[in-house]
Design a binder for this molecule. Structure first.
Ligand code: E4P
Length: 218
C-alpha cells in the first residue's frame, strides 16, 4: 500500500518524507488556500516546492471545468515536474480530459468519486488513480469503506490498472481498514500515519527494557 499525505503544508510533507514511508502527496484547491497559497504563479511554484521535498507522485488539481481549459491547464501542470499527476474532477468533461491525458501519457488522478459507477468510468477513461472520498461519505452516514470494496471488486473483475487511492481519510483506522480491503494507496493527514506507530504496550515495554538496562549498566 502506498502512503500519500493529503496536505499542501511543506513542514508536514517534510516530516512525513523524513519518516521514510512516504510515497506521494495529494493537494486540492482547498488545501492550497488553507496554506495561503493564492495566485497562479505562487500555486505553480508551490507544486514544484512539494515535488522537491517528496520522492513520489504529487497530485495537482485543475480548476477549469470545461474540456479545452482542463487540457490546457493539465498540460501546463504536467510540464512543471515529472512527479506531477493531474487531478481531474469526475464530471463529463473531466472524463473526456482523463482519456485525452491517458492517450498523451500524462498521469491522472480522478477526484470527487462517490460511487462505483464513477470509478468504473474513470478506469475506462484510463485514469492512473481514482480517488473515492471515504470520509465525506462517512460524514453523511454512508459506508465509505463499502465503496472502496466495491471498486476493488470491479477493478479486479476486469484487471483495470487504475489504482484505488482511498481519499478523505480522517484517522488511523481508516488506513487499516483500507489496507484490509486492498486499496492501492491511501491519502490522509500526517496524524493518520503517525497513529499507526502508537501502542501503549510498546511504550511500557520499551520503558522496562531501558530501566533494566540502566540497572545493570549504571
Ligand atoms: C484528496 O485527494 C482529497 O482532496 C482529500 O482527501 C479530501 O479530503 P477531505 O474530505 O478531508 O477534505
Amino acid at each position: 500500500m502506498k502512503f500519500f499525505i493529503d496536505t499542501a503544508n511543506l513542514d508536514q510533507i517534510s516530516e512525513a518524507q523524513q519518516l521514510g514511508v512516504l510515497d506521494g502527496v495529494t493537494t486540492n484547491p482547498s488545501l492550497m488556500a488553507k496554506e495561503g497559497i493564492t495566485g497562479k504563479e505562487n500555486i505553480l511554484k508551490h507544486y514544484v516546492a512539494i515535488c522537491n521535498i517528496v520522492d513520489g507522485d504529487v497530485s495537482a488539481e485543475v480548476v477549469s471545468t470545461d474540456f479545452a481549459n482542463m487540457v490546457k491547464e493539465g498540460e501546463e501542470l504536467a510540464k512543471l515536474h515529472e512527479q506531477i499527476v493531474v487531478k481531474v474532477p469526475m464530471i463529463k468533461d473531466g472524463v473526456k480530459a482523463l482519456k485525452y491525458f491517458s492517450d498523451k501519457g500524462i498521469r491522472t488522478n480522478c477526484t470527487l468519486v462517490f460511487s462505483p459507477g464513477q470509478a468504473l468510468l474513470a478506469a475506462k477513461a484510463g485514469a492512473t488513480y481514482v480517488s473515492p472520498f471515504l470520509g465525506r461519505l462517512d460524514d453523511i452516514s454512508t459506508d465509505g469503506l463499502n465503496l472502496i470494496a466495491e471498486i476493488r471488486l470491479i477493478y479486479d473483475n476486469y484487471g483495470f490498472e487504475t489504482q484505488i487511492l482511498a481519499a478523505s481519510i480522517r484517522h488511523t483506522m481508516h488506513v487499516i481498514d483500507c489496507a484490509k480491503i486492498g486499496a492501492d494507496v491511501m491519502t490522509g493527514p500526517l496524524s493518520s500515519i503517525d497513529g499507526l506507530l502508537k501502542h501503549p504496550l510498546t511504550d511500557i515495554g520499551l520503558e522496562k527494557f531501558l530501566s533494566d538496562y540502566r540497572k545493570g549498566n549504571s
